[in-house]
Design a protein around this ligand. Structure first.
Ligand SMILES: [Zn+2]
Ligand SMILES: [Zn+2]
Length: 176
């Protein structure tokens, strides 16, 4: 047998995110792709700790974006985009993925329509880190037996320190 030794590296600055923190952070990352400057929202649909689908609020495929052509307002609400939750559900439907018994990680409390769509799609738990105005989501979740968890907003930085990893090297062109 080959010789080996165990080397334990202790990094006191490292904090491994919990599964909930990890998926909430992915939802935040998805929100960076949002196209409506009035609101950036992200949603990650998960089952058994794997990602089924992701979404952010954005225009329909092939149609203009709010940030390019302006928001389309009805009663002071922009109606140009689909919300993050709907886009995530639609992505799953395009790929024939069942969302039954899944969890939705969303950057904000869903609006009434998205809450109803998540429930109808079979989502059983919703995790958020901020609230949203004018929504009956909580009432519908209660009624439908969907568990709602309000968690603290996760750390918004991505902690990746290339310089620290001995076996990886930065591209020459990327060096400052
Ligand atoms: Zn807009
Ligand atoms: Zn919505």
């Amino acid at each position: 047998m080959q010789n080996f030794k165990i080397v334990k590296i202790v990094d006191p600055t490292w904090k491994r995110p919990s599964w909930d923190e990890y998926f909430l952070k992915l939802a935040m990352l998805a929100s960076e792709r949002a196209t409506c400057p009035r609101m950036h929202c992200g949603c990650v649909l998960v089952k058994d700790r794997y990602v089924l689908a992701t979404g952010y609020n954005g225009s329909l495929p092939g149609t203009p974006h709010c940030y390019e052509e302006g928001c389309m307002l009805v009663n002071d609400h922009c109606v140009r985009t689909n919300h993050a939750e709907i886009n995530a559900i639609c992505q799953a439907s395009q790929h024939g993925i069942s969302l039954a018994d899944g969890t939705a990680y969303v950057t904000n409390m869903p609006c009434t329509n998205c809450a109803k769509a998540l429930i109808a799609a079979g989502i059983k738990r919703v995790v958020i880190f901020s609230d949203y105005h004018d929504t009956l989501a909580e009432r519908f979740f209660d009624e439908a037996g969907v568990k709602l968890d309000r968690l603290p907003m996760p750390d918004t930085t991505i902690n990746y320190n290339l310089a620290k990893y001995k076996s990886a090297k930065q591209f020459e062109n990327d060096k400052p």
